[in-house]
Design a protein around this ligand. Structure first.
Ligand SMILES: [Cu+2]
Length: 409
């Protein structure tokens, strides 16, 4: 069975489906959840849902308690599964973060914001870099030093509810981590009481130790983290994210998960790749959402930790969630021209790997070789993919013409 929803009638050749599937057998184009009508029609045992996000069939995991929830628990699980299907994919446009090209210095505030993750959701409380779910893109030239003042203006309650619940298995429903809801777990008081402290790390950058955003360098509200980046390394795709000791996995959920940082140089310039509005970051991560008592999604973020063992010590499965976001929006779409684009892809999920594939408007894979290089320039890239695996913190770039006609148009 495929969970790939057929494109709506409004989606045609000029719409490129910017989505992804989790590794592990689910069709591409949408997250490892069950959005869309095709999933809603499914009934009976769901062997296609039996694959864990890490790619391990559940039946191969040890000591699985195959317990069906009873009574109120069963109703709660059914409501969660129904809530999962209420968000239609590909309705919202892909947000493109603003681009900052600072000369020497830059100030970026860490601040609260309320942002819609999907048009059918209420606004979500977030902590952000500069007010948007995905931080602004920072562009610099190789060898030009940049000093960034990361100012902590955060305040208020931790914007993510965290619960920890034991694993239970219902073959009729999506796996626990692939459905919204707390599963009856009480909010973790120690997470709710976290003060808004953070520290920013620039992933992949060659920096001095004092500027690297080490995990112990906590920056509390009202304070500034000064960082100096030499940018003395080849052109590349980097990203900044929270790095706070012990709580990075929680802080990134608040909205401090990612922003793009690009170093450019003359070697890259010579490639003459698509640029400006035709060079687009695609930053993936998965999240979970909290429903209310009636099963309606509230827009609030949920960190559901699944306890898979408690003896001799508690073992909590790394987070994965049912909703895949691209650039901070759940299952967006991107309207494109029939021309070449450069996509800068980053998997910024805590744990979930993705398998990315290019599909046509019928959801069918586009065969290898369908894309021709944008020009016969000697330096033109010789590698562009129609499918790729992207694990945690993995980055990739691709030039792509979303038109099956041979040759550039
Ligand atoms: Cu990193």
């Amino acid at each position: 069975m495929s969970f790939m929803p057929k494109p709506r009638s409004g989606l045609g050749r000029r719409h490129f489906l910017a989505g992804a599937g989790a590794v592990g057998g689910l069709a591409i184009g949408v997250a490892a959840a069950v959005p869309g009508a095709s999933a809603a029609r499914a009934a009976g045992p769901r062997p296609d849902l039996m694959t864990a996000a890490l790619g391990t069939p559940v039946r191969d995991l040890p000591h699985l308690p195959a317990t069906r929830p009873a009574g109120a628990g069963a109703a709660r699980v059914a409501r969660a599964a129904a809530a999962l299907r209420t968000l239609r994919p590909f309705l919202d446009p892909l947000p493109i973060p603003r681009v900052l090209c600072p000369s020497g210095t830059l100030t970026l505030p860490l601040e609260r914001a309320r942002v819609r993750l999907h048009r059918a959701l209420p606004a979500t409380r977030l902590w952000t870099y500069g007010g948007s779910h995905l931080g602004p893109t920072i562009e610099v030239r190789r060898g030009r030093r940049l000093r960034v003042a990361w100012e902590n203006h955060l305040e208020g309650d931790f914007p993510v509810t965290a619960v920890r619940v034991p694993f239970a298995y219902d073959p009729e429903q999506p796996l626990m981590w692939d459905r919204p809801g707390r599963e009856g777990g009480a909010p973790r008081k120690e997470v709710a009481a976290l003060p808004p402290w953070a520290v920013v790390h620039l992933h992949g950058a060659v920096t001095g130790g004092g500027n690297d955003g080490w995990a112990e360098n906590a920056v509390s509200p009202g304070h500034v983290q000064p960082a100096e980046y030499p940018n003395d390394q080849p052109a590349g795709h980097f990203w900044y994210h929270d790095h706070a000791m012990y709580i990075t996995h929680l802080n990134v959920m608040t909205g401090l998960g990612a922003g793009t940082y690009l170093i450019r140089d003359e070697e890259e310039d010579a490639l003459d790749l698509p640029a400006g509005e035709h060079e687009i970051p695609l930053v993936f991560y998965d999240r979970n959402l909290d429903p209310d008592e009636s099963g309606e999604l509230t827009g609030d973020l949920l960190y559901k930790g699944i306890v898979v063992a408690d003896d001799p010590y508690e073992l909590v499965r790394p987070f994965t969630g049912p909703f895949t976001l691209v650039n901070g929006v759940i299952w967006p779409h991107l309207d494109v021209e029939a021309r070449w684009y450069r996509f800068r892809v980053l998997n910024a999920a805590n744990n979930r790997p993705y398998r990315l594939r290019v599909v046509d408007e019928e959801g069918e894979p586009i065969p290898a070789g369908a894309f021709l290089p944008p020009s016969p320039r000697p330096n033109a890239p010789t590698c562009w993919w129609t499918s790729a695996h992207c694990a945690g913190a993995g980055r990739a770039w691709s030039t792509r013409c979303p038109n099956r006609a041979p040759g550039p148009t």
